[in-house]
Design a protein around this ligand. Sequence first.
Ligand SMILES: *Cc1c(COP(=O)(O)O)cnc(C)c1O
Length: 393
Amino acid sequence: MSKPYQPTTRLLRAGRPHQGWVNTPVTRASTYVFDSVAAWRDTRARREEERLPSYGARGTDSTHALEDALVELEQGFRAALYPTGQAAIVTVLLAYLRSGDHVLITDAVYDPVRRFCTEHLTRLGIEHTFYRPDGVGIEALIRPNTRMIYAEAPGSLTYEMPDLSDLSTAAKKHGCWLAVDNTWASGLLYKPLTLGADISILAATKYLGGHADVMMGAVVTNTRAWRPLERATIDFGQTVGADDAFLVLRGLRSLPLRMVQHARNAMQVAEFLQRRAEVVRVLCPALPGDPSHAVWQRDCSGANGLLTIELASTFTAADADVLMDSLQLFGIGASWGGFESLVIPVQLGSRALPDPTPRGPMLRLHVGLEAAEDLIADLEHALSAMTSIVRPI
Ligand SMILES: *Cc1c(COP(=O)(O)O)cnc(C)c1O
């Protein structure tokens, strides 16, 4: 037998027709018409177990093609698609948790998820506790009614990597689901399902789409976790349009290539920033000296374009605003994972666990695919603009 293909080759072949067109044509559809009532009945009897065309909301060739590629990417059993990453996360929480249950949530969670927990899980009688983003001490927080550990690898904005094998051991021992938001690695650099997680969640809006032109979320599960998620997805009316699925699948083909370049640019930008006196810290698990560097090195196969920087505490939030307003190539905007560089101010005020280190103003950079030397020149200019402002006393 010949050697199995490398992951990149498998990814480029996944979700494609066996012959004919290179890409699965876009199938815009709601109604699927059957040849006979018998065929209609047969599909309805089988569609819970098999992926058959039956109705647009249950999937088309376009969404099935993307699902297949994501299953390949994440090494999972099946995938489901959602209109946003947030919708994917909310569906996961509601699919596996019932009134009276308790869920452990990383304190570095994507902020809209924190609000969903405090506003909506609480209202539904589902308790939650925030745990340290590196996962240390998790087992002591597990209660008899804990049903899920929800992680981000790494956490939003501060990039702490949990040790997933520890979380997985604790989850298995106590009969909990382990769900991981894998948006940072976008399925490529980190494989939660091979490290003991049951559920991997992706904001495809970020690197999978990769071009700031589409919103989407996805969840890939192992065999055990699939059925509850599939039910909830259908019951909550979650689906995506064929054009959007096509765009994400098109983005996915260049994901490995883009990711390498984002990481290369980000490392050059990070090295520049680390040499500047205005910057006291650059947060990124790929940097030697980062608290999560060892776990990142063990569990991830690469890095991306995200960096968070902390300015010296002599600078104020207003100074940081001057820095951001002075940037030409970094757009001020939400999200990341597109080809372009972005910047936003970082607020950690909603975190539940106190941060022991006093912090200067923080900014999140998404380093895009522009030439690194241009990005560095832009930052150099903006840092000088910030330090040269004369403030009234
Ligand atoms: C952006 C993001 C999401 C949400 O994705 P949307 O498609 O914008 O809803 C979820 N998790 C993480 C870690 C994210 O960065």
